[in-house]
Design a protein around this ligand. Sequence first.
Ligand code: G3H
Ligand code: 13P
Ligand code: ZN
Length: 284
Amino acid sequence: MPLVTVAELLKKAEAGGYAVGAFNCNNMEIVQAIVAAAEAEQAPVIIQASQGAIKYAGIDYIAALTRTAADKSPVPIALHLDHGTSFEQCMQCIRSGFTSVMIDGSKHSLEENIDLTNRVLSVARAVGVSVEAELGKIGGTEDDITVSEREALFTDPMEAKRFVDAAGVDSLAVAIGTAHGRYKGIPKLDFERLRQIRGTVNIPIVLHGSSGVPDDAVREAVSLGVRKVNIDTNIREAFVNAARKVISDKPNEIDPRNVLGPAREAAVQIIRDKIRVFGSSGRA
Ligand code: G3H
Ligand code: 13P
Ligand code: ZN
């Protein structure tokens, strides 16, 4: 079927009390793996492109690959820009057929973040594209900061209300203790803060940096209003580890298909596991 919007998927997730998986893609094999997993689980799914993916593959290639996959598939699929850096980049993605964009103004002041988000919203609304924003700073596991320094960057529930009242986005990414990349220990999520945020803003919440977050913690976050869960690192690990195994088991292998095929299969398995944890299995 044609690509659908993220707003449409999250509306159903809200009604059903589950979350939709948003999986990062960088190449054809990962797009195929995400769609194969969604079909096997009969689940709606979001395919998203990070800044690194855009640099590596390009907006047009990602849009074309995902559109082809969606057109051939019976499950609902959305195409989303992850951590969009500027108004211009959001427009380029909309023009290329993305059905959703994230404008990440989290490094700006609250007022500047509101203004930037509203500029993107004014165009996105006119053409039926969904918008995600970020408030608080999620950051990376490699950031050299202490726990209390990270907590200082968490999303403030009252600011979240001001933000959403001033910029009517479809979903909001929040900082509650997750980070992008591989965790050194086990991440501890601030569920009380999540509960407060959900109490002040009545829109779907997005959990970034979800690779490596224990399944029970993800389930609890979903029970508290998280409706979109972003996963990248766990796919990278599964994909590259499987490719590495073929190369080390068969040093004479020269056919890329025999390296990338098992990598794609390993990605399918991890994505299926995640979809089950998010509760979106059988919701297509
Ligand atoms: O935004 C989170 C991504 O995992 C970062 O991905 O290295 O492809 O930009 P990237
Ligand atoms: P992880 O790589 O930690 O799963 O984070 C993904 C993400 O949040 C993409 O926006
Ligand atoms: Zn992210």
